[in-house]
Design a protein around this ligand. Structure first.
Ligand code: ADP
Length: 620
């Protein structure tokens, strides 16, 4: 094979593009790499010509051609154009040569430098980026050589090393110059390890220096390799004081949360709304509902699946309404929840909503309480209340009926009684001489009976009238009222030589007739049940916020405590008629009147030492 043939083979198999052109740019020959680099067949390549494959707008093309003309050869970067129009960077070496007697030719070699350019750019930009990142971070980066001499550092190091460590880093000085003296032996050991290929990390507490508070630093040490050899180390320092503080705070908060959850019987939950994950704390879920919290955590739908189907929609819609109203921070609801044994518990669920700056809910922390027992008691109470109401109504009805009966009976009895009395009197008057002693005595008994019956009927009528008389809103000056009572009893008081001591009394609201009767009955009893000596009746009162409290005190025979309540029951008497006259209705009327005036009546008494009747009258 001739030399020429050898070159031909070499060129044909080369990876770079080779081609031969005339001065006007016509391509005379080209190798396979040239055709494939530009995407042509040889024929097409020739037709495209130099102008077709090199972008005429390539920067520096004119200078390139000019220089080649002058020097005969040139190398330069230009822009190639592929058959499909795609442009790419090419490295061009071009030589002009002229054989004796022949036309001048140009031999050009082209390399596709797309990849190289990309790598170059990558390197350039990554270096620039790295520098930018390093200078814009708060973290300190320091590069040292194997002798621990500081070679370079970033902006943050220049600005903050003094503040953080007390001593600024300086290029050309040993890194150990800025270390706390007691740490130097340790650091020497550490650097030896790092420069031996180890990566190390330490958390260092720097005590307060000058005016600077204590700081906590996270320091990482890594070796720097170049061509497989360790040429130094890079030290990265992060100030984690605040993060540490927050970490401790968070730990404490979590701890508090944990213990709070433990201390309560409720099921405590923490719902990460954005990720729809529920975190449960404490034993509430297990204790109340019988579920394991770790198993519950595995199912996103755990809770809602167990809400009673009749409550679920209402519960969710109420909750969403509150969640998506940015002004709401609290949710509560009651619904039924299925326990692990299949029964439903009534729960009271509540939660506090945590929102982001835009008001969107991000978290809700809450507690679920089992209120089944309370619910049952409530239901029971409602039922009991209803029953009581029903009983009260029944009682009120029968009371009304009774009163009506008493009224009608006593009213209607008066007439026939009057007839009995008047005919008895007529009988006595007309036949007195004709009747014997016994007959006259019988008539006297009958008249006496009729007389007593008259009193009884009158008292009964008074009693039944208390209920029907409803006007209780007059202003009554009790001083005047008492005067009236005294007038009524003036003769009796004289007879028994009793006296009444009254303090100045208030003006009260009430029914005049009834209050007159109340004082009359009590004073009449105080006179009637007197013992030997001078009966003294004292009337006092105390004013309270809502009512007046009256006391009518006598120095009479007193009442056995066993009867303190019974004496207010109608017809209840403690004495025979021969001892003391009476019907046993007086105090029953008093009780009724006081109750009509929203008050209470009671007695305090010691047998033989007198009695105090107390009653209240509401100010309303
Ligand atoms: P009556 O006086 O007509 O028997 P009341 O209802 O007025 O009926 O009184 C009931 C009973 O209370 C009386 O029978 C009497 O035993 C007792 N009682 C009432 N007031 C006094 C009083 N001031 N001192 C002692 N006992 C009294």
């Amino acid at each position: 094979m001739s030399d020429y043939s050898i070159y031909r083979v070499m060129i044909e198999n080369a990876l770079d593009a080779f081609f031969l052109t005339k001065p006007d740019g016509t391509i005379l020959d080209a190798n396979a790499a040239a055709c494939s680099m530009f995407g042509y067949s040889l024929e097409e390549f020739k037709i495209a010509g130099r102008q077709g494959i090199i972008d005429p707008a390539s920067p520096g093309l004119t200078d390139f051609l000019q220089e080649r003309k002058e020097k005969g050869k040139i190398t330069c970067e230009l822009v190639g154009i592929k058959n499909n129009g795609e442009k790419f960077p090419i490295w061009v070496s071009s030589v002009i040569f002229k054989e004796e007697g022949k036309e001048e030719k140009t031999f050009t070699i082209i390399q596709d430098i797309t990849e190289r350019k990309r790598k170059e750019l990558e390197l350039r930009t990554s270096e620039a980026n790295m520098r930018m990142i390093l200078d814009n971070t708060d973290e300190l980066f320091i590069i040292i050589d194997p002798n621990l001499i500081i070679i370079n550092f970033n902006k943050a190091t220049a600005e903050k090393s003094k503040q953080l460590l007390g001593v600024p880093f300086e290029k050309g000085k040993s890194i150990l110059d800025s270390a706390q003296p007691e740490r130097i032996p340790l650091l020497k050991q550490l650097y030896a390890e790092v420069l031996g290929g180890a990566v190390r990390r330490s958390i260092v507490e720097v005590p307060p220096i000058h005016n600077n508070p204590k700081v906590i630093l996270d320091i990482r040490y890594s070796p720097i390799y170049e061509n497989g050899l360790i040429v130094g180390a890079i030290i990265n320092i992060r100030d984690i004081t605040e993060a540490k503080f927050k970490e401790v705070e968070l730990l404490r908060t979590n701890e508090r949360f944990f213990y709070a959850a433990k201390a309560t019987n409720d099921a405590i939950w923490d719902w990460d709304i954005q990720n729809d994950k529920v975190f449960r704390v404490g034993d509430g879920l297990k204790n109340i509902f019988g579920y394991d919290k770790d198993i519950a955590a595995m199912d996103d739908q755990f809770w809602i699946k167990r809400v009673h189907p009749d409550d679920a929609d209402r519960m969710i819609s109420k909750r969403n309404k509150i969640l998506y109203n940015s002004s709401e921070l609290y949710w509560e609801d009651e619904y039924r929840f299925r326990k692990s044994d299949g029964t439903y518990a009534h729960v009271f669920d509540k939660g506090y909503i945590i929102r982001d700056v835009d008001g969107a809910p991000i978290r809700m922390i809450g507690a679920t309480q089992d209120v089944s027992e309370r619910k049952e008691t409530e239901a029971l109470l409602v039922e009991l209340n209803n029953r009581l109401k029903h009983r009260a109504e029944e009682l009120a009805n029968s009371n009304i009926e009774l009163e009506r009966f008493a009224y009608v009976a006593s009213h209607d009895l008066q007439e026939p009684l009057r007839m009995v009395t008047s005919f008895l009197q007529l009988l006595k008057k007309r036949y007195e001489e004709k009747l014997d002693e016994t007959a006259l005595q019988y008539i006297a008994f009958a008249v006496d009976g009729a007389e007593r019956m008259k009193i009884l009927i009158k008292d009964l009528l008074d009693y039944s009238r208390v209920g029907s008389n409803t006007d209780a809103n007059e202003n009554i000056d009790l001083n005047l009222l008492l005067q009236e009572v005294k007038n009524i009893f003036s003769k009796t008081l004289d007879d028994v030589k009793a006296h009444i001591i009254v303090s100045h009394l208030p003006i009260v609201k009430g029914n005049r007739t009834q209050l007159l009767q109340l004082f009359q009955n009590l004073i009449s009893n105080a006179i009637k049940y007197h013992k030997e000596g001078t009966p003294t009746i004292q009337i006092n009162y105390t004013e309270k916020e809502e009512e007046y409290l009256f006391e009518i005190k006598d120095n009479g025979i007193g009442i056995d405590p066993a009867f303190h309540e019974k004496i207010f029951v109608i017809f209840h008497r403690l004495h025979s008629r021969s001892e003391y006259t009476g019907t046993g209705i007086g105090l029953a009327i008093c009780k009724k009147i006081v109750e009509r005036h929203h008050g209470k009546i009671w007695v305090k008494s010691v047998v033989g030492q007198g009695s105090s009747f107390f009653f209240t009258l509401s100010k309303r």
